[in-house]
Design a protein. Structure first.
Length: 295
C-alpha cells in the first residue's frame, strides 16, 4: 500500500519549530532561513487542512492539532535518528557536547588537548550553556550538567564529581587581610555572580559560618567573577573544579577551605550506542576521577 505522508521536509520543519518554540531556533538547527521554516510549516498546514500554530511569528503557539501531532512526529524522527546512528556508528566524526560556559572555559577546554591527542579522529564541538539543557529536545550527543534528579527514560546518566565551594581571592589581597570568617569581610570586597546568587549563603551554611550581608559587586557570569578575584578586586565563593588550576599555580588562594554543597555534576547521553560518545565519556570519567579533592 502506498504511504500517504506529507512532505518530510515540512514535517521536519514543523517538528523543530514546535519542539524549540521559535521559528528562528528551528532555522538555526536545520541550517535554513526562518522564512524557509515558515513556508514549510504553511505547506504542511495546507496539506493537512488545519492550522498548527497560532499567535505571533516571534512566539508561535501550537494549536490543538499541533499539540496532537507533535509527540508522534517527534517520536518518529527520534526512531529514525536512532536507527541511522545504529547503522552508521563510526568511531570518528563530530561529537556535539553541551556544557556550562564557565565549566567549559576553566575545566573542560584546558584538558581537551589530552582527548584530542588520544582520539584525533573525533571532533568535539562544544556549545556553552547558561541553563540546564534538555538532551532529547536539543539533540546533543553528551551534556555535562548538574544533576536535577529528573532523568528521561532514553537518557543515560552517570556521576562525574561532587561540587565543593569555598571563598577564593588573590594572594596579594589575602596578605592584606586577617579574616577567619565571611562576616569579617568588608562589603565592598564581596564578589557575587548573578547566575549563582546564593553562593555565599550556601557555602556559609555548609561551613557552619554566617553568610555576609548583602552588598559588593555583582557580575553576570562566573568567569567574570573569578577574573575579578584573580585581579585582586575582592573575594568570591567558587566551585573547586573551576579554580583548581588557579590554586595550584598560585594565582588564587582559599584560606577558609572548601565544603561540599550537596550538588553533583553528571554526564547525560542518549541511551543508544555511540562509539564516539563512549570514548569521550570514558575519557571524561578518567579526568574527573583524577581530580584531587580539596585538602
Amino acid at each position: 500500500m502506498k504511504r500517504r505522508l506529507p512532505p518530510l521536509n515540512a514535517l521536519r520543519a514543523f517538528e523543530a519549530a514546535a519542539r524549540l518554540g521559535r521559528m528562528t531556533a528551528a532555522a538555526s538547527e536545520l541550517s535554513v532561513t526562518p522564512g524557509a521554516i515558515s513556508r514549510q510549516v504553511r505547506q504542511l498546514e495546507d496539506v493537512l487542512g488545519t492550522a498548527l500554530f497560532e499567535g505571533s511569528k516571534q512566539r508561535p503557539v501550537l494549536t490543538e492539532a499541533g499539540r496532537l501531532l507533535l509527540p508522534t512526529v517527534s517520536a518518529a524522527f527520534d526512531q529514525i535518528e536512532g536507527a541511522v546512528r545504529a547503522v552508521s556508528d563510526e568511531p570518528g566524526g563530530t561529537l556535539d557536547v553541551s556544557c556550562f560556559g564557565t565549566l567549559a572555559m576553566r575545566w573542560l577546554i584546558p584538558r581537551l588537548y589530552d582527548f584530542n591527542a588520544a582520539c584525533p579522529d573525533i571532533d568535539v564541538r562544544i556549545s556553552a550553556a547558561d541553563r540546564e539543557v534538555d538532551i532529547e529536545r536539543e539533540h546533543y550527543d553528551v551534556v555535562i550538567s548538574t544533576d536535577d534528579g529528573h532523568h528521561a527514560e532514553r537518557v543515560a546518566v552517570s556521576a562525574l564529581f561532587p561540587e565543593w565551594l569555598g571563598p577564593v581571592l588573590s594572594p596579594q589581597l589575602a596578605a592584606t587581610l586577617n579574616w577567619k570568617s565571611s562576616t569579617g569581610l568588608p562589603g565592598k570586597l564581596l564578589l557575587r555572580t548573578r547566575t549563582r546568587p546564593d553562593a555565599w549563603s550556601l557555602w556559609a551554611h555548609c561551613a557552619g559560618d554566617v553568610a555576609p550581608d548583602a552588598g559588593g559587586q555583582v557580575f553576570e557570569h562566573y568567569y567574570f567573577t573569578l577574573q575579578a578575584a584573580t585581579a585582586g578586586l575582592g573575594v568570591c565563593v567558587a566551585p573547586w573544579h573551576l579554580v583548581i588550576d588557579d590554586l595550584q599555580s598560585g594565582r588564587l588562594v582559599a584560606p577558609l577551605g572548601f565544603r561540599r554543597s550537596g550538588k553533583r555534576y553528571v554526564l547525560k547521553r542518549r541511551a543508544q550506542r555511540s562509539i564516539k560518545a563512549d570514548r569521550f565519556c570514558t575519557w571524561l570519567a578518567r579526568q574527573a576521577a583524577g581530580m584531587p579533592d580539596p585538602a
